[in-house]
Structure formats: C-alpha cells, structure tokens
Design a protein around this ligand. Structure first.
Ligand code: PEP
Ligand code: MG
Length: 589
C-alpha cells in the first residue's frame, strides 16, 4: 500500500524509481596485535593507505572540477585535511608503535575518537563534516583490508534507481550519474553537506532529514520523490504513478514550450511588467539561468564558494567567480549576497565554539563585521568585478542600522584602497529583509540602502519560531501564515513610501501560490531557483494584478495559511495557470 513520508527538500525535481540502499558501511576491522619486528611494516602500510586515499581524493577533486566546476571540486579539500590531520596520523602511529596494534585497528580507533570529538562539539559545521570523515574512514580501511573502493558501487550499471541511506558521502556524490541515480533520499544530511551540494550541482533531486522513518522502507520498494517539497510516496498506487508520468510528460512539454518563450518579457494579463531573476548557489549555474531567459541574478549565495574550505578564499578566486556571473549577464543586475555563513553553513577556516542556537548566533553580517579581513577580501573582489557589469551587493541577516552603516564605511575604504574614490557609492547596497527587526524598522534603514530583498525563508523561521531545517516541524513552517503575509504587505508599503527598489528572493517567490499572493501585495520583482523559473514566469503571464490585489485584500482576516492558499489556488486553477501542479498529486493527499 502507498505510504507517505516527509523530509526536507534540498534539490528540486521529481523522480520515480526502485530503492537502492547506499552501501557505505564501515568494514569490519579485526583486532590484530603485531610483533615488535612488524612495527615498521605496519607503519609503512599505513603510509601507503594514506597516500592512496590522498591520491584518490585528488583524483576526485580533479574529476569534479572537470565535470562540475572549480569550486565544487574544492569540497574534497576538507577530506585531504582529515587524511593529513596530525592528531589522527600521530595517534595511529602511537597505537602501532607503543601498543603493537595493526594499522587498520589503530587508524579505526583514532577516527572513532575524532568522530566522538566532532559529535560532542554538536556544531553544525562539524556535524556536516561527519560525512567527510566517514568517507575517509571507509576509503583508508578498505585499502588496508584489501577491499575494493565502495564508491565504485554506484557507478556500476543497474536499473535507474533512487539512492537511499543515512548520508551521501561526497566521494559517492561526485561520481553519481544522473541517468542512473534519479534522486537521493537521506535520513540525515543538511543543505550545506558536501555530498548534497554536489548532488544539487548535478541536478539530482534530494530529500534529506527524513529521520528514522527511512528504516521502514523495504528493500524492494519503489519511491516517488519530490525534491522541492520534501515529499516521498513509498510504493505509490497505480493512479499516483500514472499522475506522476502525466505530470512529467506535461512538465517536459511545458518546458519545451516555455523555452521558446525564454526571450519574451514576463507581463501579467493586465499588462504589468515584472522582473524574474535567478537564484544561484554556484557560479557555473549562471549558464542555465541565461538559457532560461532570467532577467539577471537576484541572489547569488556567495557562501557556497567557501563552505568546506580550509583556507580563507583568495581575493582572485572570488573575483573570477563574480566576474564569470557578471559577464554572463551583460547589463543585467547581478545581486551578490555577501557571505551568509553561520547557521547551518560553516567554512572550515573558522574555528568556532559550538552554539546552542546557531540560527540565532554568530552568523552572516555579524561574522563579516567581526572578521574584517574576510569581509574586506570579499568586498575588494566584488568592487573589482563590478567593472564587468551591473553588480549589486546584498547584506544578509541584518538586524541593526549600525551593521549597514559599518558595511558602507568598509566599502568606502575598499574603494579608496582600489583608487576608486569619487565620493559616492558605486555599487548599490541592499538590505536583506529576513529578520523581524528589519521589517519593523525598514524606515530607519531607508536612508542607507539602495534596495531591499525580502528573504521569506529566514523571516518565516524567525517570525514563527520554527527551525527551517527541522522536518518534524515542517507543517508549522508556513511562509503564508497570516503574520507573515501582513509583514510582506508592510515591507511593500514601506519600500514604496521610501522609493526603495524591492524584490523577493526567498523560496515563496518560486511557489505558484506564493508569487500570486506577492503580486497581489504589490511585489513586481522576484528571484527564484532555476528549476522553478520558467514555471513562475508562466504563472505570472496568466494572472491579473488587479484581480490579485482585490483577492488578497479580501484575505486580510484569514486565520491560517490555508485560508489564504485556498482562494488563491482556486483563482490560479480558474485561470489555467496550475496545469502541472494540479496533476502531480504528491502534495494533495
Ligand atoms: C531567505 O532567507 O529567504 C533567503 C533567500 O536566504 P537563504 O535561504 O539563503 O537563507
Ligand atoms: Mg536567509
């Protein structure tokens, strides 16, 4: 019988296929003591296994760089660092030399100690890196025990399937073939984990944080997966399968049709022009944004350039990445968000104490202002790249006017150091409205900002007190909760009053009902994930802003998100705008 499971959508797209469990278990390591005269041989074997693992990781980095991009290849740097970790290496050698333990057992103990240290730290960055440690552990042990490399398993031909497991090791992710692996479903994981970043870059749908329910999936099950909503149907009924195939056929037909319209402006039926830009995580995605006819970039999440990096990123590397995106969109806006690190996204070069509430902790602009070297490096790279196009800088997680003023001051210093002084700010500076403080005091920010961008993802978690990454709370995480819709209205009104350019880059803009509500509230500029971009443009072309203004105006007394969603969904259905969504059937129970 068909069953429903839910996790967190981490890479959009839908898939149907048989389950294939990730076989990435730690090999059984027998306890073996050695004689004193065997010590140097064991030391030698350990050295060879490390050398092999380093070479393998180097090969994966080169291969990933070729297949996906330079920055994606760099995720393997942290594995190289673990293989060379002095504590692990010296500790293993000590066990071999002082306790006469064989190399595999000595290494296994050291890695277990490291794992316990990382788990005890309970720090988002370190917990993310557990999958890297697991990867290194399995690789070195397999070599020492004479087993074949387990990541070969996923490239061996079998029928196309949905990969299911606890975590997705980066070395496995890097070798995934989207023709064979239709989707990935994980009991754990996070959006910032290396394996997940790589799967997303390869365009493979991912649902994570499914939790212990994953164990209830039998070996021979088939799964229907939606990587946008995080919904999973186990052993779907014939009707659900038929609905899926119909939706996929319609989606591909629609995509072809929309592709032909890529160059056309996005206007509503009452002739209101809108701007639909792209959200990018990594620079190489810009080519797809251009192909889909995006009106520039409304959110370039620069932190994905540094997650998992063990060194502060080079100004030159950043300059090249920013320039690549700007050059792909000559004359169009490219909105670079300064590092939004912290929360669940930490680079390795920051040595951080664990935090009880990372989402309320040392994050984004707070880190950047506390680490001027890191921030100035980014601002310099951005200011230099700005020569190549129409760059805007967006500041995340702002709660005080002072943060924005200090950012402006730093930017002025950067202009001066680059000999770009002419008295005025060259790059438009924007405020990400994603905290209740920014909503409430938008008028106070007005003199210091050139534009604002509404971040519905974080605003939702901070207003509703619901952790955005907690699958258990996903029903409560509702960006159309009346409290939020009222705030969106106020942000639109305040921006108009102060003549500030306004856009939305949170996921709500990529949701058909969400974008309709936002249009009704007066929003005209949206930035959405690439997978949803053609669809959103098409929805906009089916609606009238006058109708939506009236409709949303009538919903002012709505008591729940569903009270808002229902009438707007009906309006879109009446207008024929929801053809594909209605037939997917994954979210309609
Ligand atoms: C947001 O918070 O709405 C947003 C777009 O930023 P991110 O999802 O990267 O936190
Ligand atoms: Mg945010």
């Amino acid at each position: 019988m068909s069953r429903f499971l839910e996790g967190v959508g981490a890479s959009a797209g839908r898939a149907l296929g048989p389950v294939r469990w990730i076989d990435w278990d730690i090999p059984l390591v027998p306890h073996r003591t050695i004689r004193p005269e065997e010590v140097e041989d064991e030391v030698e074997r350990f050295g060879q296994a490390r050398a092999h693992a380093l070479e393998y990781v180097g090969h994966l980095q080169a291969e990933t760089t070729r297949r996906i991009g330079t920055f994606e290849g760099k995720v393997f740097e942290s594995q190289a660092m673990m293989i060379e970790d002095p504590d692990v290496v010296q500790g293993t050698l000590r066990y071999i030399r002082d306790n006469y333990i064989c190399a595999e057992r000595a290494f296994e103990w050291q890695v277990m100690e490291m794992r316990i240290r990382m788990q005890e730290a309970a720090h988002a960055m370190l917990v993310d890196r557990l999958a890297d440690l697991h990867d290194v552990r399995v690789r070195v042990l397999s070599h020492l025990l004479g087993h074949s490399d387990p990541s070969d398993l996923v490239v061996e031909g079998e029928e196309p399937s949905v990969l299911v497991g606890a975590e997705l090791p980066p070395s496995m992710a890097a070798r995934l073939d989207p023709e064979h692996i239709l989707a990935v479903v994980l009991s754990g994981g996070s959006r910032g984990a290396h394996g997940v970043i790589l799967a997303r870059a390869l365009g493979i749908p991912v649902v994570l944080a499914v939790g212990s329910q994953l164990q209830s999936i039998e070996q021979d099950s088939r799964l229907l997966v939606d990587g946008r909503t995080g919904e999973i149907r186990v052993n779907p009924s014939p009707q659900e399968v038929e609905g899926f195939h119909r939706a996929v056929a319609q989606a591909s037909h629609r995509r072809e049709m929309l592709q032909k319209l890529a160059g056309r402006p996005t206007e509503t039926v009452d002739g209101v022009h809108t701007t639909v830009q792209a959200n990018l995580d990594l620079p190489h995605e810009v080519q797809e944004a251009v192909r889909l006819g995006a009106d520039g970039v409304g959110l370039f999440r620069s932190e994905f350039l540094v997650i998992g990096r063990r060194e502060v990123p080079d100004e030159e590397d950043q300059y090249n990445a920013y320039r690549t995106v700007l050059e792909a969109f000559p004359g169009r806006e490219v909105t670079l968000r300064t590092f939004d690190i912290g929360g669940d996204k930490f680079p390795l070069f920051l040595a951080l104490p664990p935090e009880d509430n990372p989402y309320l902790g040392w994050r984004a602009i707070r880190i950047c202002l506390d680490m001027p070297d890191l921030f100035v490096n980014q601002l310099r790279a951005a200011a230099r790249a700005a020569e190549a196009g129409n760059l805007r800088l967006l500041i995340p997680f702002v709660t005080t006017v002072d943060e924005l003023k200090r950012t402006r001051d730093l930017l002025m210093e950067v202009y001066a150091s680059l000999g770009m002084v002419d008295g005025g700010t060259r790059i438009p500076l924007g405020l990400m409205v994603e905290t209740p403080a920014a909503v409430e005091t938008l008028d106070l920010f007005a003199p210091y900002v050139d534009f604002v961008s509404l971040g519905t993802n974080d605003l939702t978690q901070y207003v509703l007190a619901v952790d955005r990454g907690n699958a258990k709370l996903s029903k409560l995480y509702d960006p159309l909760h009346p409290a939020l819709v009222r705030m969106y209205r106020r942000v639109a009104e305040q921006s108009a009053r102060h003549s500030i350019d306004l856009s939305v880059c949170g996921e709500l803009a990529g949701d058909p009902i969400g974008v309709a509500v936002l249009l009704g509230l007066g929003y005209r500029k949206f930035s959405v994930a690439l997978t949803g971009l053609p669809e959103i443009r098409e929805i906009i072309r089916h609606v009238s802003t006058k109708d939506l203004k009236r409709l949303v105006g009538q919903l002012d007394r709505a008591e729940s998100g569903e009270d808002i969603r229902g009438p707007v969904r009906s309006y879109l259905a009446d207008r024929g705008a929801l053809a594909e969504q209605a037939s997917v059937g994954l979210s309609e129970e």
